[in-house]
Design a protein around this ligand. Structure first.
Ligand SMILES: [Zn+2]
Length: 513
């Protein structure tokens, strides 16, 4: 049994459940089973893993083992169930995964009752399925009924308040919203600049960013991410239009309504039998709101702009100067055309050569290069193959054959007549099996790939409207494209070369899982 030990802790302060303590217990557990052939092949330590990111597949260390190194272990040992998963349904996911990957075992070092190696495996699995179902029903019922209740009241039940407002505990104990003066000032300023000055969103953003006014995303940023040194989100045109399009700034309670067929939603007021729900004082008057919407509607549609403003093939298209990502920069109403550029302002470690490539040409060149080089390669999917352990079977055959041979010797129980003949035939058949098994040898567990029947070009064309999906395949295969200006020193150019790096795809087929 090749054992992977999985440890998780949300913070390091609690000595009784520290990673070291968990590790000691798990190592002792394996040691006691050394005579059964247990040996540790790896330890996945995930410290400081927050509750929201705690599904086993999403953890940095354990996730890597589960997603990409499954053939390297047979048994996953964790300290206690509540360290391993948060919800029973997560455990059920793990059981399904373990079954689909060669029947791996899941074992708790401190909870012998949950032993999934022994004869109760099937019982435990059924038990988990039943509990998971009940739990899922209960949770969704509880959450839904509370949210339905809260939705129709002027109470703030969950999540971050909309920009311009803050939550507070009212005298009756309920959470409500009130205007947050600093953010209200920002919204009113943006309103004036959009409606009265007709200023483009992008220059407003540049100015807000230059003045270090925190964007909504920056205000919401957790301390953990700040301490990690993550750079806070900046103002973008989309940030502004999202705020200005939502009736939350009129003080109405809104909800996010999904746009059919799109990943994003739009904010819409909740309407009850008594009309809209007043959450707080309005930041704009109805009259100002009407003018604002009219001005915004007269500008290029947000759908069109958002496509133009999204870096296509992010992570695939790189600067040849430094190998870092190029980002789409769209000057909108200023002179100049959209470009992909290596941006020192966005990325301090970039090369600073200021390379910029015309956007319309970039997408054309990327597509042409990719389809020319890898368009005809077949697409594959990955699947799990359980290995075969022939050594043991060979040993069995050898012992059995010895026994049979003894039985046909003079004086043995099959030493004459029909019994002798049929035993000899049996021996011959076993020899044959022995030969073919020993020729095959032991085979380890492994991933294998099978063709899906599609070429890369098929996939590309099928995802004409889904560049994210195209990008995902390119990133997965490790394909990148470096852009370099053909004439030295000339930036903002349509004269540039593209060099494709095939990454792993040279050695490993494209996969679609
Ligand atoms: Zn660069």
């Amino acid at each position: 049994m090749r054992v992977l030990i999985a440890l998780r802790i949300s913070n390091e302060t609690d000595a009784s459940t520290s990673l070291e303590r968990q590790l000691q217990d798990c190592m002792a557990y394996v040691e006691e089973r050394q005579n059964l052939g247990w040996q540790v092949v790896g330890v996945a330590r995930d410290a400081h893993i927050s509750a929201t990111k705690s599904h086993p597949f999403d953890r940095p260390k354990l996730g890597e083992w589960l997603n990409n190194r499954a053939p390297e272990f047979d048994l996953l040992l964790f300290w206690k169930m509540d360290r391993f998963v948060r919800k029973v349904v997560d455990m059920q996911d793990m059981i399904k995964w373990a079954t689909a990957h060669g029947g791996k075992s899941l074992v708790s070092a401190k909870e012998p009752a949950l032993d999934m190696v022994g004869p109760f495996r099937a019982v435990i699995i059924d038990l988990f399925a039943a509990i998971a179902e009940t739990e899922a029903q209960n949770i969704s019922m509880r959450v839904k009924s509370f949210q339905n209740y809260a939705k129709s009241k002027n109470v703030w039940a969950k999540g971050n308040p909309p920009y311009g407002y803050e939550s507070f505990r009212d005298i009756d104990g309920a959470m409500r919203l009130r205007v947050r003066e600093t953010q209200k000032d920002v919204i009113r300023e943006i309103y004036k600049r959009v409606v009265e000055d007709g200023e483009p969103y992008s220059t407003i953003c540049d100015d807000l960013n230059a003045r270090d006014i925190m964007s909504p995303g920056a205000e919401r940023m957790s301390n953990r991410r700040k301490n990690n040194g993550d750079s806070p989100p900046i103002w973008r045109s989309r940030t502004i239009t999202t705020i200005l399009r939502s009736e939350t700034i009129l003080g109405w309670k809104c909800e996010e309504v999904k746009v059919p067929g799109k990943k994003y939603g739009v904010s819409q007021p909740i309407v009850t039998s008594a009309g809209k729900i007043r959450m707080a004082d309005p930041i704009l008057t109805d009259d100002e709101w009407a003018k604002l919407q009219e001005e915004m509607n007269s500008r290029p549609s947000s759908a069109r702009r958002s496509i133009k403003n999204t870096t296509a093939y992010r992570g695939v298209v790189l600067c040849d100067g430094c190998g870092r990502n190029l980002y789409l920069f769209n000057p909108e109403r200023q002179q100049g055309r959209p470009v992909y550029r290596c941006n020192k302002a966005a990325n301090r470690e970039s090369c600073g050569k200021g390379y910029a490539f015309r956007a319309e040409k970039v997408e054309e060149i990327v597509e042409a290069t990719i389809l020319r080089v890898i368009g005809d390669l077949p697409m594959h999917e990955r699947y799990y193959v359980k290995g075969s352990n022939n050594t043991q079977r060979l040993h069995e055959i050898e012992q059995y054959v010895t026994e049979l041979q003894r039985s046909i010797r003079p004086g043995g129980k099959n030493s004459s007549g029909f019994a002798k003949k049929s035993t000899e035939e049996e021996i011959a058949a076993l020899h044959e099996e022995h030969d073919s098994l020993s020729a095959e040898g032991d085979k380890p567990d492994r991933y294998a790939y099978r063709a899906t029947g599609e070429t890369f070009r098929h996939m590309w064309e099928r995802n004409k409207d889904n560049k994210d999906e195209r990008t995902r395949h390119l990133l997965k295969a490790g394909v990148s494209i470096r852009l370099n200006p053909l004439i030295k020193g000339v930036s903002n150019t349509v004269d540039f070369g593209a060099e494709i790096d095939l990454g792993k795809s040279l050695h490993q087929p494209f996969t679609i899982h």
